[in-house]
Design a protein around this ligand. Sequence first.
Ligand code: NAG
Length: 379
Amino acid sequence: MEVGWTSRRWCLLLLLLAQAVVLTRPCPQRCTCHPLAVLGMSGADCASKSLVAVPRARGGEKHLQVVDLSGNRLRSLPDDAFAAFPSLKYLFLSDNMIQVVNQYAFRGVPELEVLYLSENSLTSLPPDLFEECVALRKVVLRGNPLLRLLPPAPPPPPGAPASPARLAPFITSHSLQELDASACGVDFIPNEAFSALPSLKKLNLSSNSLTEVDPRPFGPLCSLAHLDITGNPIQCGCSTARLSRWIRERRVETARPLACSGGTRRGEVLVDENEEEKMSQSVSPRCDMLLLKEEKFYTACQAALAEAEELQRQAVETKRSWIIGGIVALGVAVAVLIVACFFRRHRQKKRLREERAARAAAKEKNGLDHQPLRDDADG
Ligand SMILES: *[C@@H]1O[C@H](CO)[C@@H](O)[C@H](O)[C@H]1NC(C)=O
């Protein structure tokens, strides 16, 4: 009875102590930290606090996996903005006023998986922004009304006129699977925009201002399975005919059947195979429906993916062989130690035996030496 009561008291005390430790884990200034019921992660809620900068860490926020900074007044993301949160997986920056993102803004967060930058004022993103984010899966840019799918032009040398937009990917990421650039005022897709997103499965370009969508920029997206281009004023014509064919050949799922307007027809036209043929012939010279370039980029993308997979497989194998090597080395070391111990004991025993024998011999010799003396004495 007495014992039960004491152990219960101890349990309670321990529980309180554990809770105190959890509660006093550091949390960025002006945020509240708590474990998230849904994701089973620890998160910092810094939403709608009128923050103008990423809150300063108190040190020790290394466990935070979710940081919600939405609905604040951030205007820019400086280099290493989130380096105090190295375990960060989910980052919510929606509904701020972000215009500038520095190239190394996401340095030090290699585990970042999901990034919300919707409802901001971005016009472009630095080309290598996600270089370190090897686990990045999803980026949401919805509602940045002035976004261009182009990397920013480098500043022109003094005196020179501004250089034309560079032909370069809009975003580079080997891991990215989902990109939402809907409602961004996009009216043009450069051919290189999506040339460095080999794992992209889902692309949302809905509610933009696209009038012409050629399949050429989608050519390098060899993982694409879903495309949403609804809510764009797409005109009927050669590009649309080509896009329709490409979507069909690649078996890409669209949010709605492809439709266009304008041209010789009135109202909205659903583009089926029949319409596609008509549209391709209605222009002069006749529309090139072979999609050879798209095919070429598709193959290149697949090759790049296969190469990346091979590299990963090799890395895993190397790691495995290192582990096996380590285990073998450990085994050998243990065996050597056992053998050494055995020999040592063996030698010790031998020495003891020898010593004992020597002592015995000495005793015997002593006895012999003294014998005559005693004999003499006796005699
Ligand atoms: C694309 O984004 C819009 C919001 O901007 C959303 O309503 C729509 O469902 C998205 N499409 C897909 C296929 O997720």
